[in-house]
Every structure is written in C-alpha cells, then in structure tokens.
Design a protein around this ligand. Sequence first.
Ligand code: 13P
Length: 287
Amino acid sequence: MLVSAKEMLNKAREGKYAVGQFNINNLEWTKAVLLTAQENNSPVILGVSEGAGKYMGGYKTIVGMVNGMLEELNITVPVALHLDHGSYNGALKVIEAGFSSVMFDGSHYAIDENIEKTTEIIKIAGEKGISVEAEVGSIGGEEDGVVGAGEVADPSECKSIADLGVTMLAAGIGNIHGKYPENWKGLDFDVLAKINEMTGDMPLVLHGGTGIPEDMIKKAISLGVSKINVNTECQLTFAAATRKYIEEGKDLVGKGFDPRKVLAPGFEAIKATVKEKMELFGSINKA
Ligand code: 13P
C-alpha cells in the first residue's frame, strides 16, 4: 500500500539520512526503482512530473500500475507516490487520482499567493492523509521545458511556509536541475543552515540531485536535508545503456526487435544508479 511521505521523512531527518525521490517515466523505470528499494530495504519516493504523468497515460494509470506492482512484486518497504513540481490544478488532480504525496510548487508566485495556495492544498491533502511539499525560491535549470533561474530562498519566507503545516520544504540554495555549469558556485550552506535553524524539525528537500558532489550531499543531509530528488541521472544512464545495446546491433539478433530485450539494459542501469544513490543518501536498511 502506498504511504504518505511524512513518517519516512521524519525518521530520515531524525536519523540523519535522506530518502531518495526517483522520478519515473515508464513501466521499466518504475519496476527498477521499486525492486531496488525492496532489495536494499530502503524507503523510497516515486516522483512524477506533470509531463511524465501525461506521457504515461494519466495519473490514474500510474496509480494503477504502481499499486499493482506493490502487490504483485511483493514490495513491502514504504513507498510514496509523489507529484513533482505540481501546479495547483495538477495537485488537485493527483489527490483525486490516488497519489499519496504531492508537491505544490508555488515558488514562481509572490510569497503571499504561494502561502494562500499552499494553505489550500494542505487542507485538501490533509483530509486524505496525503503529504505535502512546498517550495520557496525556484530551483534553477530546465525541467519539462520550464527554465528556472535558480534563486536562493529567503529563510524567513521558508519559515512562513513551513509554519503552514507542510510535511517537507524545498528551498532553493543554488541547486539546479540537470547538469551543473562549469562555473557553478556550489550549494549555499549558510542559507541552508539558517533555513534549518528557522524551520525547526522540518524535513528539507534538495532538488537537482544529479551532479551535486558527494561531500555537498553529505553536508546538506547534516543540515536537515531529508529528501533528495534524482531525475536526470537515471535518464542519462537509461539512454546510454539503451543506445549501447542498439549500437551493438543486439536488437537485430535472434528473434529480431524485442522491446523487452531492448529495454532490459536500461532497466539494469537504473537499478545500479538508484542503488548508488541510496548508498550515498544513507537510506539502505532504513525501511
Ligand atoms: P535532477 O534532474 O537534477 O536529478 O533533479 C531532479 C529533481 O529535482 C526533480 O524535482
């Protein structure tokens, strides 16, 4: 059964590790993340962007697929199904469809409007026991065609949003989705420390988990980060493994084009990447 992200994140915050959110894009991806979590006895969050939601045939399709896998693959570790960077309407839709966790990203609104809309989502999600992530200070880089400049959040705005009763808070601290530029200045740990101090026990979320050096990941966890999002890295390894398979002409061997065989190397590549991240984040054997 899908669970809210609340308990797993509070435990992570207390135990000084982070739960990985791995974004999913298809059946193979989903199965790879779930099996890796089970094999490593780790809690996990499946992230779904609005674009990936459309691609996979809609939110109800995803809920059906994930619930089916939890039962038929005997997944017993805690799993949350989470909307990533949701719009207000997107958040309402996934709550209706059966997701167990939702991010409402109001970071592009003025703080008052962000507070107002986040408050409404907390109320609606709360009635169903669904966890809510809010964002302050937009995360840089490109995601689903939306390019954010990458702001550093204002700690007092973070406190205002945290006090609304969100389950977890994403704060921009110079992190970027996707690959980091050569001249990237790194995460702003002074701001993270301030946010951590002002928001009490709030589990903090680090977006843009691809390409952040290991020492920075560890330092962020020590300053309250309890959830780390990874998307691009799985996309890169999946694409590289699939390309290699096809370039070697293996899709033409034997029975000819068999989608199950063509997608198998990508499945294995995602499993390896997810395991590596779980080791780095410290969530193995924390289910
Ligand atoms: P990356 O694509 O950099 O891994 O970031 C993922 C993310 O933050 C999703 O919200």
